[in-house]
Design a protein around this ligand. Structure first.
Ligand SMILES: O=C(O)CCC(=O)C(=O)O
Ligand SMILES: [Fe+2]
Length: 389
């Protein structure tokens, strides 16, 4: 992170969304103001809240409600959608299965990825082929989450009733920008970097991959119970490069190569991933902590009606370090169970990620990062990153 920021700025992005598809958006005063704020936030904190984002509050809340309901179910029920190599690493992982810095994270989660159809990305995408594992209970879980994802990505994958309701929402709000929030924030960030608004369209992130984690953090009392007495870290310090799937499942995939200890050590090696993250967190439980340059932890206090956004490592590469991803962690000290839904907006699966020429010029003319193909990194994450990175 770049500075000793003391707070995380709140940015009203509605002027940006209103003009996002206007070819002259960069000449608009409202857009320029938002772009300036984005630039400052990305340089100073790597984190910002967005308000005026156009996603209905009722949907944002409902997504957290169904997530609470799912995690409230007995373990035998939750495990019905267990994540494994056979599910393309999609599905439920229990508390402690995720590891950061060799410590089990005190959270459970459902991991989802954009659907990969058979043969879509050849042999590279094969291990992750498949569609997401949605629970049957609560019964509206799948439809609700698919609607939510379509609004965040602009991928109108749900036909029938939900597409129709989305259409009505769009008409009511008179704004197409509702349907692709992440892309539109990226258009603002592209301008903030000094590029054109469509810098990340096309081959870079015009057909974006996405990852979503629905995360449940047990309350402090149960977290300190007998099962894992010392661990109260919900999610260890990290930048957004993504999470490794359950080690047990990875061993099922590459059973003979690694000992569990070695797996954990290699897991610590950094993987570049993630462009922009949008976190939808419980309104009443402050738990997400962001580290500034001196190591002070700045709380990303929940602010109703906002998403917490942070830039990921892929943007760090594209911007040649002009924008950095910031370390953050989660500790739920409240006795209440906390839920957050982290949505990771990613480059195209086949995208080649390397410092943009104009960013290189702005940062001393030297390329600070090597070229990476996003899909290779992603798949390596779930398979061989343990071996080669
Ligand atoms: O739970 C949160 O508030 C954030 C989670 C997070 O940082 C992540 O999953 O990358
Ligand atoms: Fe994160």
């Amino acid at each position: 992170m770049a500075t000793d920021f003391k707070f995380i700025p709140i940015i009203d992005i509605s002027p940006l969304l209103a003009k996002c598809n206007d070819p002259k958006m960069d000449e608009d005063q409202g857009v320029s103001k938002v772009v300036k704020q984005l630039d400052q936030a990305c340089r100073e904190a790597g984190f910002f809240y967005v308000k005026g984002h156009g996603i209905p509050d009722s949907l944002v809340k409902e997504v957290k409600d169904v997530t609470h309901k799912y995690f409230d179910l007995p373990y035998e029920e939750k495990i019905k959608i267990k994540m494994s190599a056979a599910t393309g690493f999609r599905g439920y992982q229990r508390v402690g299965e995720n590891v950061t810095h060799s410590r089990p994270d005190m959270h459970e989660a459902i991991d989802c990825y954009r659907e990969i159809k058979g043969g879509m990305y050849g042999a590279l995408g094969e291990p992750m082929e498949g569609s997401n594992k949605w629970p049957d209970n609560p019964s509206n879980f799948k439809s609700l989450l698919e609607e939510y994802i379509s609004l965040l990505t602009g991928m109108l994958s749900i036909l029938s009733f939900y597409l129709f309701s989305l259409f009505i929402i769009i008409i009511i709000n008179n704004s197409w920008s509702l349907t692709d929030l992440s892309r539109n924030i990226m258009r603002g960030i592209a301008l903030a970097l000094g590029g054109s608004p469509d810098e990340f369209d096309g081959e870079k992130a015009g057909d974006p991959f996405w990852v979503m984690r629905l995360i449940g953090y047990p309350g402090a009392t149960s977290a300190n119970g007998s099962e894992m007495p010392e661990n109260d870290i919900g999610c260890g310090a990290h930048t957004d490069y993504g999470k490794v799937s359950g080690l047990a499942d990875l061993h099922a995939y590459i059973p003979t190569i690694l000992t569990p200890k070695l797996s954990v050590i290699l897991f610590l090696k950094k993987l570049y991933r993630c462009l922009l993250t949008l976190v939808n967190q419980d309104d009443d439980i402050p738990a997400l902590q962001v580290r500034n340059r001196s190591g002070e932890l700045i709380l990303a206090v929940p602010i109703p009606g906002t998403f917490v956004c942070n830039i990921g490592d892929m943007l760090k590469i594209w911007s040649n370090g002009l924008y950095e991803s910031t370390l953050h962690q989660v500790i739920n000290n409240s006795p209440k169970y906390r839920v957050s839904v982290a949505f990771f907006y990613e480059p195209n699966f086949n995208a080649v990620v390397e410092p943009l020429e104009f960013c290189k010029q702005k940062t001393g003319g030297i390329k600070k990062f090597e070229r990476a193909v996003y899909g290779e990194h992603l798949v390596r994450k779930v398979l061989t990153n343990f071996v080669t990175d």
